[in-house]
Design a protein around this ligand. Structure first.
Ligand code: SF4
Length: 364
């Protein structure tokens, strides 16, 4: 009897010892992997760590949100599962307004780099996280600030309006930013006798010239996602779906916009699909928006407008760099963080606050 008790105790001790050893080894492996991931953060753009595939990521993300007082702001172009776990989903204007007013300690931006930079400018003292630093933007990249500076110097009396889809550095060379929701209002807020430079999107700029009758000087930039819609394929789609309304984002080229029944920002497109009686819509913008359209109007059909390549839909490769796993790791380790120099914040912020003031006064 005494021997049995001794043997059981010994067995329990060994089990406990083995478990401790296993946990210790796992801890060492995780710590080592984390150190390597941190070292490679800027090369990879994100924390390259394995995530247990059995983990309930939605539950874990929600737990981290509460524990750390984090807010997830997501753009409509994000994967649907990221949109579903976000605290706020919106277009660039809505996201900037939300970032300006949040009481969260940490802003997690499920979007692209310029959006996280805008949030950082509005919240210099807060931590702003982006799941993947390489989630950039072809439109922002199409306007390098050092070249824009020379371009701007040719029109010294002009007001500079920049689409918010631009780098923080470009914002330091900008008088007032705009989004596709408020672009017309911002252009019209400039006195008629003043010239205007509009950067970086030439397609949005050309559409604004038509809408406002103003003679804008355009920078020659564009978004790769909105530039590849196929006029021919859209026409064929319209023949197959004669009742469908064709709706488009103003970043599309003029020959695509000319065919559209409605042109608007992402939030305006969503509102249109809710309010319009049509049951079918062909949508010319990034395909991530279809998720919200479908959620808001489950009885309607949404067809992504086809691009000039073999893909059946239109994805932004930058927006789609964010995944649920990267989002979870970002929130767990507070990395990668988006930072800006005080000088860039000081010089760039007025262009955003001015946009927010004009929008507020216009009821947007
Ligand atoms: S859809 Fe175009 S403008 Fe938007 S983030 Fe992607 S590349 Fe930039």
């Amino acid at each position: 009897m005494v021997i049995n008790v001794f043997q059981i105790a010994k067995q329990k001790f060994l089990e406990h010892f083995n478990n401790m050893n296993k946990k210790h080894n796992e801890y060492n492996m995780t710590t080592a992997a984390l150190a390597v991931a941190k070292e490679n953060l800027h090369k990879n753009g994100y924390l390259d760590l394995e995530v247990d595939p059995t983990l309930d990521l939605v539950a874990e993300i929600n737990k981290l949100k509460k524990e750390k007082n984090m807010i997830i702001l997501a753009h409509y172009y994000q994967e649907s599962e990221i949109q579903d776990v976000a605290d706020y989903i919106g277009d660039s204007l809505g996201l900037s307004q939300k970032a300006a007013n949040t009481e969260a300690d940490i802003i997690v931006f499920a979007g692209v780099h310029f959006m996280a930079e805008t949030a950082k400018m509005l919240n210099p003292k807060k931590t702003v996280l982006l799941p993947d630093l390489k989630a950039g933007c072809s439109l922002a990249d199409s306007c390098p600030p050092h070249l824009f500076k020379k371009f701007k110097a040719k029109y010294p009396d002009h007001v500079v309006i920049s689409y918010i889809n631009c780098t923080a550095e470009l914002k330091t060379l900008t008088d007032v930013c705009c989004t596709s929701t408020n672009a017309k209002t911002i252009v019209e807020s400039v006195p008629k006798d003043k010239g205007i430079i509009f950067a970086p999107d030439k397609n949005l700029g050309a559409w604004l010239i038509k809408k406002t009758g103003r003679d804008l000087v355009l920078w020659n930039g564009a978004c790769m996602v909105h530039e590849i819609f196929s006029n021919e394929k859209i026409t064929k789609l319209q023949i197959r779906h004669p009742e469908a309304k064709f709706i488009a984002h103003p970043e599309c080229e003029a020959h695509i916009l000319d065919k559209a029944d409605f042109i608007g920002s992402t939030s305006q497109l969503i509102n249109f699909t809710q309010e319009n009686d049509s049951k079918e819509f062909i949508v010319a913008t990034e395909s991530g928006i279809l998720h919200q359209m479908q959620l808001k109007s489950p009885d309607k059909t949404f067809i992504p407008a086809p691009p000039n390549n073999t893909c059946a839909c239109n994805n932004c490769p930058f927006m789609k760099r964010n995944t649920m796993e990267k989002l979870y790791l970002t929130m767990k380790y507070n990395l990668p963080e988006v930072t800006l120099s005080n000088e860039v914040i000081k010089k760039g912020l007025p262009s955003i606050t001015k946009m927010l003031e004009i929008s507020k006064a216009a009821g947007l």
